[in-house]
Design a protein around this ligand. Structure first.
Ligand SMILES: *[C@@H]1O[C@H](CO)[C@@H](O)[C@H](O)[C@H]1NC(C)=O
Ligand SMILES: *[C@@H]1O[C@H](CO)[C@@H](O)[C@H](O)[C@H]1NC(C)=O
Ligand SMILES: *[C@@H]1O[C@H](CO)[C@@H](O)[C@H](O)[C@H]1NC(C)=O
Length: 396
């Protein structure tokens, strides 16, 4: 399958839909950055320096019990809330599995809306403030580093390690602490390419620090890192995000993934280098099976014909897309995909169904904040159009 062609179709579809006012804009537009399909264990990368970490998980787990705290940053809109509930359900299930879960510590939803919401009783939550009005320039994810800064400063965290997680992550099995020799562990994203962005990155990562390939091709999540290292990185990450956002050229070059670059640069500035671990998670529909991985990240829409053929960028006869449920929880008991759809997608839907069947009061989470919602949708629409342009420029 030709991914570029598929993106072309996706953008045309999105542009047309947006033009017609039909498009309910999405929150995480990483959806348009279509990763190459994985073949075996070789992942091409033109940055040269990548040392893929494979295997040795047993070794990591045997290195002793080093519990990590799961910190999931989130907003308070209905779309974030249903994802948080599913995420927390599977965290509990993984932790309860016993073997392999010894290092899974506590869990916190770091809620960056500045106000408690009605999930406080269901999910352990720490409320932090959003950035002051206007500071994020409409880019809501800039609240993430600020949320971590506040949480690390104010919360009492028992564990020495932190897993930075997101609401659209599902644990498919217990996760050990993958940190080795104090090196944090991150999932490498194929679209974060420091070598290709050298000119821009030099503004933030001066020559004397070394080659820009010292910057890891990652974002802040998923990452497992020592709390002491994150405490150093987080304020720089926050400043870096704001600085990059204020610079029109940088903003334009990095677009939706600016905050990921900000984390990558901030950690490199502190001399922190991550183990790049591609089996950390999978991203259906591009990754076909769960295999030895730990997390399913459902940011991409999964569209299939009834014959089980992927129809990416075109609404499928069968589909699962988190963005279909911006205004409230997705329904219980979603229909399973037709035969021929990859195991990763089938597993995802089964896991979503199991969570929604077992979470009490699943349908009760009514949307009670319509003002927030419309602001959210407005911002997202704006970002979508911008991202479409960027995607076309960079990938087609
Ligand atoms: C972040 O920026 C503020 C304001 O410019 C500055 O006072 C602070 O020292 C910076 N912190 C870091 C860690 O760079
Ligand atoms: C940056 O972009 C903003 C909004 O697009 C604009 O108002 C501002 O003048 C630009 N700044 C510079 C220095 O180009
Ligand atoms: C879920 O839906 C299927 C049909 O798609 C139906 O056969 C099944 O009974 C439903 N299960 C529950 C628990 O509602």
């Amino acid at each position: 399958m030709n991914a570029r062609k598929e993106i072309g179709r996706a953008s045309q579809f999105l542009a047309a839909a947006a033009g017609l006012g039909l498009f309910f804009a999405a929150f995480n537009f990483a959806a348009l950055f279509v990763p190459p399909r994985r073949e075996g264990s070789s992942v091409a990368d033109d940055d040269g320096r990548i040392n893929w970490f494979t295997g040795d998980r047993e070794l990591a787990a045997a290195a002793g019990k080093r519990p990590f705290h799961v910190a999931m940053t989130a907003m308070a809109d209905p779309y974030s809330r249903w994802q948080c509930r599913i995420m927390y359900y599977w965290y509990k299930r993984a932790k309860a599995a016993g073997a392999g879960a010894e290092e899974m510590g506590g869990f916190t939803r770091v809620l960056h809306s500045g106000e408690a919401d009605d999930l406080m009783g269901e999910i352990p939550t720490f409320v932090v403030n959003p950035l002051p009005p206007g500071a994020d320039r409409g880019y809501v994810v800039l609240n993430r580093p600020w949320a971590f800064v506040q949480w690390l400063e104010r919360a009492e965290i028992q564990e020495e390690y932190i897993l930075m997680a997101e609401p659209d992550h599902i644990f498919v099995k217990p996760l050990p602490n993958l940190v080795r020799e104090d090196r944090p562990v991150a999932y490498p994203f194929f679209y974060i390419r420091p070598a290709k962005q050298e000119k821009i990155l030099r503004k933030y990562y001066p020559e004397e620090k070394g080659p820009v390939t010292n910057i890891d091709p990652i974002g802040n999540s998923p990452v497992i890192i020592k709390k002491s290292a994150l405490t150093k990185i987080a304020p720089t990450w926050m400043n870096m995000s704001l600085e990059m956002k204020m610079d029109n050229k940088t903003d334009k070059a990095f677009g939706w993934v600016l905050e990921m670059y900000a984390y990558a640069v901030a950690s490199a500035l502190h001399g922190v280098h991550h183990i790049l671990y591609k089996d950390f998670m999978i991203q259906p529909p591009w990754d076909l099976s769960v295999g030895e991985t730990f997390i399913i990240h459902y940011t991409y829409g999964c569209d299939y014909s009834l014959k089980g053929e992927l129809t990416y960028g075109k609404i499928g006869e069968w589909r699962f897309d988190k963005r279909s449920y911006l205004k409230g929880p997705l329904p219980r008991n979603l229909s399973l995909p037709p035969p021929g759809v990859p195991e990763s997608v089938v597993t995802l839907v089964k896991m979503v169904n199991e969570a929604t069947a077992n979470i009490p009061g699943w349908d009760d989470d009514d949307d009670d904040n319509s003002e927030l919602r419309s602001k959210f949708e407005e911002l997202n629409e704006l970002h979508t159009l911008k991202l479409i342009q960027e995607t076309e420029k960079n990938y087609i």
